[in-house]
Design a protein around this ligand. Structure first.
Ligand code: FE2
Length: 289
């Protein structure tokens, strides 16, 4: 964390106007499950209790509502997500793009509709800050989404614990791990939500994070076949632009996200809904006679 000042890129509304004129040159995009990857990732965490074995975490990010993704698309997407099998839902930022007015009500409606048995937890991205962090936090509040910006909670299953933490956007220097670390239960594994994947370099340094979940990169919107990586790497997604990485004992997972930047083009890089299944090293003994 450096300072709390948010540098807003100039002419957001002009960019949205250009965006809308581009949108009008293409047919309206309807949600189709076949156009989206439901990416299943298994991650084995050190010290994860056996009662969290096979615990399933859904992650959605980079919706960029109003920039190609329209309210109807988002509603249909959430209806589809609600049919999937997961225990807890996480949201890792950039829910809007260049304008929020006119889209806030539909974002809230869809977030309210998102089901999750063990709760909904989110952090903010750079675009959310540029357009008004308070507005997004209010939408979270009205949709029963727990704001994990520089905060942590502990999930408990039969006396076993799992920390779920989050940091606010690294791009706008709102991240503050110093506020998070004292809230972590000792001896329990920790999952950190951080919009920008390259924040992993900071979280790894603490030695206290087992898995960081991020978005922000959109997978570069172009993935080189066979290499499964992208040459298009924006700020704060240069080192970990797409997929699963290991930094010592810590995992970093970067989603390809749902929306697109500037041009509605994704090559070998479908929008992504992520489901991470946690695996415990502690397995119950099965007695065989
Ligand atoms: Fe972002």
């Amino acid at each position: 964390m450096k300072d709390e000042n948010v540098l807003i890129p100039p002419a957001m509304k002009i960019r949205q106007t250009i965006q809308e004129s581009m949108t009008n040159t293409l047919p309206e995009k309807e949600f189709n499950p076949e156009d989206v990857d439901v990416v299943e990732v298994n991650i084995e965490l050190t010290n994860l209790g056996k009662n969290f074995h096979n615990y399933r975490i859904l992650n959605l990010c980079d919706i960029h509502l109003g920039q190609w993704i329209n309210p109807e698309y988002l509603e249909d997407l959430i209806d589809y997500v609600n049919t999937l099998n997961y225990d807890l839902a996480t949201l890792t930022g950039d829910y809007v793009s260049y304008v929020i007015d006119g889209y806030d009500a539909s974002l809230e409606k869809s977030f309210k509709k998102l089901k999750s048995e063990d709760g909904k937890f989110g952090v903010l991205g750079n675009h959310d800050h540029w357009l008004g962090a308070d507005k997004i936090r209010n939408i979270f509040k009205n949709s029963d989404i727990y704001d994990l910006s520089n905060d942590a909670v502990t999930l408990i299953r039969k006396n076993e614990k799992l920390n779920l933490a989050g940091v606010d956007s690294y791009t706008v220097c709102a991240d503050n791990l110093d506020k998070v670390l004292p809230k972590l239960e000792k001896d329990a594994p920790t999952i950190l939500l951080a919009h920008e994947p390259d924040f992993a370099q900071q979280s790894f340094q603490t030695g206290k994070i087992d898995l960081q979940i991020s978005g922000h990169s959109h997978g570069g919107q172009f993935i080189i076949p066979k290499f499964e990586t992208t040459p298009f790497r924006g700020k704060k997604s240069i080192k970990y632009p797409v997929g699963l990485y290991e930094l010592g004992n810590m995992f970093q997972y970067t989603s390809k996200g749902l929306g697109t930047n500037s041009f509605r083009i994704r090559v070998n890089c479908k929008p992504e809904i992520t489901i991470i299944t946690l695996k415990s090293k502690i397995r119950q003994k099965i007695e065989i006679e």
